[in-house]
Design a binder for this molecule. Structure first.
Ligand SMILES: [Zn+2]
Length: 183
């Protein structure tokens, strides 16, 4: 009995250690508290952006790059519960888990921004086709593209196809539980 208990504990510890091995920072920044909201347009020099952002964030946000589909950040996105998504460049609120849906496209998808004032679009003629680029209205960071009329069963039939590394996730705070000792 003692031995099996010890085995169980050891196994639990191994599981915890295995979980910690993923201790490399996850591709999508996650913080417990919402970032301060920028009240003005955020401008930084390229050198400042390079210093502030990870190389992958810089490539996506400042050079209109695209992250690898179905990658680690997509897995992370799918597993996230309720919460809010902010711009990884300037902290502006962009999307919420309430408008998140699974489009199976390999990138985080939303059917609407949570704060439309912070999201702007423009025509993108790269790749020999017209697409609609999605940018952060506060810092001009490239977020992804938006596609419409694809037939998704969402209120807008829009798919904001967003690079996860361009986002910062703040999980919703659980509503405080009533103390057990309360009469
Ligand atoms: Zn921004």
């Amino acid at each position: 009995m003692k031995r099996s208990l010890r085995w169980f504990n050891g196994s639990g510890m191994l599981l915890i250690l295995a979980g910690c091995q993923a201790g490399d920072p996850l591709p999508m920044e996650t913080t417990p508290n919402p970032p301060p909201q920028p009240t003005y347009t955020v401008t930084r020099t390229e050198a400042e952006w390079r210093q502030q952002l990870t190389p992958e964030q810089y490539r996506v946000l400042r050079q209109a790059g695209t992250e690898r589909p179905f990658g680690e950040v997509y897995e992370q996105f799918k597993q996230q519960g309720g919460g809010t998504y902010y711009c990884a460049g300037c902290g502006a609120e962009l999307f919420s888990s309430q408008e998140k849906f699974d489009s199976h496209c390999g990138w985080p998808s939303f059917y609407d921004p949570s704060n439309a004032r912070n999201v702007k679009t423009r025509d993108d003629f790269s790749l020999g086709q017209v697409r609609t680029e999605v940018l952060c209205a506060k810092c001009g960071g490239h977020l992804g593209h938006v596609f419409k009329g694809e037939g998704f069963d969402t209120p807008t039939d829009l798919r904001y196809c967003i690079n996860g590394v361009a986002l910062k996730f703040v999980p919703a705070k659980p509503s405080p539980a009533r103390p057990a000792s309360e009469p």
